[in-house]
Design a protein around this ligand. Structure first.
Ligand SMILES: Cc1cc2nc3c(=O)[nH]c(=O)nc-3n(C[C@H](O)[C@H](O)[C@H](O)COP(=O)(O)OP(=O)(O)OC[C@H]3O[C@@H](n4cnc5c(N)ncnc54)[C@H](O)[C@@H]3O)c2cc1C
Length: 359
């Protein structure tokens, strides 16, 4: 059994802490967040696990890493005591008539980035077989079968319960910069022990690690959550749009998360009127039943992104940094964390994703 200190209790911090405890290790957690994780990007996220449709606007590696996570998520969720909503029906990509050019470009990119047979094109009748309610508004679609989404709030709740029991979990003031002396002071103050007592310290502060990671930036995203009893979509849906692609992620009981704007900014203020209007009109344009939906929440947060928008593992003199998950914390989390556990266990080079690591 080893002793680990995990700093930051958002998506990556809590997933990593959980996997370490599952492997029989002792984990202490230190974070400026509350135990519900309400200050973390992962709490706001749509939690789409969309390897192919994300790779289309990025690079093929996104698909490769994402497919690893897609295999791991059902296995990991099965280990939780409560059921967490997980929907793996795939993603339907659609465009209104005025955005056909966007759709054509998206398809060309998909053909360029992905391997053959990554998607099917559907005519109106085939679309109706998949999602009857979309066929009234859209004459065709692309179906990416290997995609999923989960209920991030249920996941967070479940992990909060587990980690609260299994770990010594302390809330602290924001830690601006990590150095050996800062760590020593924090460990003494919060755990009455020396930092030397840990086998490793792992920094998962996301956006909060900017003072330590030169090229880390924040990318604002805004979402709305609605309850729409008149709509029952089974798939995740992506709607082409010239400014940013909207996606709709189903939740249990006819709830949906629609996101997300992409703004190069560290602004964490509430959703703007313009974004709210754009999100809501996109929603209404998908299905008129959203007109009577109730808005449960409008929220914003920032994605922690590096220059290449890919995640990284960096070795420091005091431990490791796991960061840069950008818009892919759910998509990449399990795959990268598994790789990191291999690094910790075997002290060897990573098996799969070595090119993004600085160890
Ligand atoms: C609107 C939006 C939609 C998204 N949708 C998706 C999606 O559909 N699919 C997907 O894969 N990803 C999505 N993401 C991205 C995903 O949420 C992030 O990649 C992921 O949350 C990053 O995890 P993290 O643990 O690094 O950061 P966070 O989840 O932000 O966690 C960081 C934690 O560290 C704590 N902390 C911060 N600063 C400090 C400090 N100075 N001292 C101590 N503690 C600190 C925070 O309070 C927080 O608990 C979305 C993000 C946003 C904003």
């Amino acid at each position: 059994m080893k002793q680990y200190l995990v700093i930051g209790s958002g998506l990556i911090g809590r997933l990593l802490s959980w996997r370490l405890t599952q492997a029989g290790h002792q984990v202490d957690i230190l974070s400026s967040d509350d135990k519900q994780g309400t200050d973390s990007a992962g709490h706001v996220a749509a939690a789409m696990i969309a390897p192919a449709t994300e790779a289309v606007s990025a690079e093929a590696k996104v698909n490769e890493i994402g497919l690893q996570s897609l295999q791991l998520w059902p296995q990991w969720l099965a280990e939780l005591p409560e059921q967490v909503f997980y929907r793996d029906q795939g993603t339907l990509v659609v465009a209104h008539a005025g955005d056909k050019a966007e759709m054509a470009r998206y398809q060309r990119r998909a053909d360029h980035v992905l391997t053959k047979h990554s998607y099917q094109t559907l005519d109106r009748q085939q679309l109706a077989e998949q999602e009857q309610d979309l066929a009234d508004n859209f004459e065709n679609a692309m179906l990416f079968e290997n995609e999923a989404c989960l209920d991030n709030r249920q996941l967070y709740k479940s992990l909060t319960k587990i980690l609260d029991k299994a770990c010594n979990w302390q809330q602290c003031a924001a830690i601006e910069q990590i150095t050996e002396s800062v760590l020593e002071q924090l460990c003494q103050q919060h755990f009455s022990k020396s930092a030397d007592g840990y086998d490793q310290v792992i920094d998962c502060r996301g956006n909060g690690a900017k003072a330590d990671i030169a090229d880390l930036r924040s990318v604002r995203g805004e979402v709305i959550r609605v309850h729409a009893p008149e709509v029952s979509f089974k798939h995740c849906i992506r709607l082409m749009h010239p400014r940013y692609p909207f996606y709709l992620a189903p939740r249990p009981n006819n709830e949906y998360v629609l996101g997300a704007t992409v703004v190069e900014s560290d602004d964490r203020s509430p959703v703007s009127v313009r974004s709210g209007l754009e999100l809501m009109s996109a929603l209404y344009s998908l299905h008129k039943g959203f007109g009577e939906a109730r808005i449960l929440e409008m929220a914003s947060h920032c994605r922690p992104g590096l220059t290449n928008n890919m995640p990284t593992i960096k070795r420091k003199t005091w431990g490791f940094q796991l960061n840069g998950f950008y818009r892919h914390g759910y998509l990449f989390g399990p795959a990268i964390i598994n790789d990191f556990l291999n690094i910790l266990d075997n002290n060897t080079q990573p098996v799969m994703f070595g090119e993004y690591y600085d160890i």
